[in-house]
Write a protein that binds this ligand. Structure first.
Ligand code: RTP
Ligand code: MG
Length: 145
């Protein structure tokens, strides 16, 4: 398949729960099976500073501190996903934030569950708009910003 250049990009993370559970390959498989491309891929241990920037919109919310601690709990895999419509398309693949409510067929619906913790551990993150994607790509892949 060919695609015109200047296609859309999304920043996807396989969060520490996905990494620990060995689901990184399964998430990447679903992204590729959908037809999107991986433009960059790296396993990394995020810093508190990166997470403060990434989750700035949630600062002050009750789940903010547990969310940052959870994201610091182990490696994540960061990816730049590429393809027309991939921002909405990946969020559709991911499913609802709450894995209990997420539809079967989605990553969170098929592979996630409520573990009774302070914050939802829901396997993946995906940018929610072109503006967030640009902001998040600059945080995780400054060389691709
Ligand atoms: P994401 O940013 O990770 O793609 O997820 P999202 O848009 O579906 O969810 P968002 O509202 O942006 O929340 C960011 C992450 O915070 C955790 N969260 N836990 N009440 C809770 O336990 C709760 N609320 C939010 C989740 O890990 C969520 O993905
Ligand atoms: Mg979000």
């Amino acid at each position: 398949m060919t695609e015109t250049p200047q296609t859309e990009r999304s920043l996807v993370l396989v969060k520490p729960d996905g990494y620990r559970r060995g689901l990184t390959g399964e998430v990447l498989r679903r992204i590729e099976a959908k037809g999107y491309s991986l433009a960059a891929l790296a396993v990394m241990t995020p810093t508190r500073e990166q997470l403060a920037q990434h989750y700035a919109e949630h600062e002050g919310k009750p789940f903010y501190e547990p969310l940052v601690e959870f994201m610091l709990s182990g490696p994540v895999t960061a990816a730049i996903v590429e393809g027309h419509g991939c921002i909405a398309g990946f969020r559709s693949l991911a499913g609802a934030t709450d894995p209990t409510a997420a539809a079967p067929g989605t990553i969170r619906g098929d592979l996630g569950r409520d573990w009774g913790l302070k914050v939802q551990q829901n396997i993946v993150h995906g940018s929610d708009s072109p503006e967030s994607a640009a902001h998040e790509i600059a945080i995780w892949f400054p060389e691709h910003a």
